[in-house]
Design a protein around this ligand. Structure first.
Ligand code: GLN
Length: 312
């Protein structure tokens, strides 16, 4: 199959067809809405620094962003606290699952912003004063990353809030350590709503591209966060973005990324492109099986590995 090593002319539909023959993995069913996802969904999008959007079939199918929101919550928390969020959260990889009931020993801080404990805290650190204010601020901030007005799936937000027992446990644990300043329920509610924001592969790729372009949205031209914040966020995606699979991911794919239970992966290759893939069946670490195959292929064909040099 011939594919261009130029992202503008790369045959994303051929890649999509190829990975659709892979049937491994399990669709997450932590809430009924996620369990009802189409296991055959597969969308891929690339966004270049000049604002070009290049996508496959199904790159416009909406899904809830879930944990792929975490890099952007971290960015907004850094922005709204003038960087102080960095002192409130660790940035070390955990080698554990995304919802492990564990804080950093000695400090009681969440281990990093890419696991649930960290994202509960970053969502609580954005400006807003109360739940409604923070919800509004987060939706506005995420919309700037996306370059369009995003919406929340209210049913998913409610289900995540009601059924997120481990998130409630983590929030209470952080309260008991004095690391979470808002009430445990408020923290879960805001984080749950952020996870329920609807995106599609194209939109998520624009968000990833904004991080890859020093914090400037390449489609709208808006500076969303300072370059230093984009750099900090992408660095933590590289070390912690795929949970206990982060080491293997950086070794094989080599592109800073964030996985999520909806089967989305957002990727940021600094200076090169932003990308997103969605396909719901997940592997044991909660990474989309087809999403990983697509990322592997794009990395090799487009020469995107952070520590590699030439395309093969
Ligand atoms: N909303 C999910 C949760 O908090 C997100 C987890 C994920 O995507 N890995 O459990």
């Amino acid at each position: 199959m011939s594919r261009s090593s130029d992202p503008r002319t790369y045959d994303l539909d051929a890649l999509r067809d190829q990975v659709l023959s892979e049937h491994g993995g399990t669709v997450n069913d932590s809430i009924p809405q996620l369990g009802a996802a189409d296991p055959g969904l597969c969308g891929i999008a690339l966004v270049l620094p000049d604002g070009t959007v290049h996508s496959s079939a199904q790159a416009d199918v909406p899904f809830s962003v879930q944990s792929a929101v975490k890099p952007f919550l971290f960015a907004l928390a850094l922005l709204d606290t003038d960087g102080a969020a960095c002192d409130r959260i660790g940035i070390e990889p955990t080698g554990e699952a995304f919802d492990a009931i564990k804080l950093e020993s000695g400090t009681g801080r969440p281990p990093n912003p890419m696991v649930n404990a960290g994202a509960l805290l970053t969502a609580a650190l954005v400006d807003g004063g109360d739940v409604d204010g923070r919800n509004e601020r987060i939706l506005r901030g995420l919309s700037a990353f996306a370059g369009r007005s995003l919406e929340v799936d209210e049913e998913i937000a409610r289900a995540e809030h009601l059924l997120g027992d481990r998130n409630h446990a983590l929030a209470h644990l952080m309260r008991s350590e004095g690391t979470l300043q808002v009430s445990a329920d408020d923290a879960v509610q805001v984080y749950a709503r952020a996870c329920a924001v609807l995106v599609d592969a194209e939109t998520l790729a624009v968000m990833g591209a904004t991080l890859a372009c020093n914090g400037v949205n390449p489609v709208t031209g808006e500076r969303v966060v300072p370059a230093g914040i984009a750099r900090d966020v992408v660095s933590v995606m590289a070390t912690c973005g795929v949970y206990d699979g982060s080491g293997r991911w950086m070794q094989s794919v080599g592109i800073p990324a964030k996985s999520s239970v909806s089967g989305a992966i957002v990727l940021s290759a600094p200076g090169r492109l932003g990308a997103a893939v969605v396909s719901p069946p997940l592997d044991a670490q909660g990474t989309s099986v087809r999403g990983r195959l697509v990322s592997d292929r794009l990395s090799a064909d487009l020469g995107l590995h952070a520590f590699g040099s030439t395309p093969d």
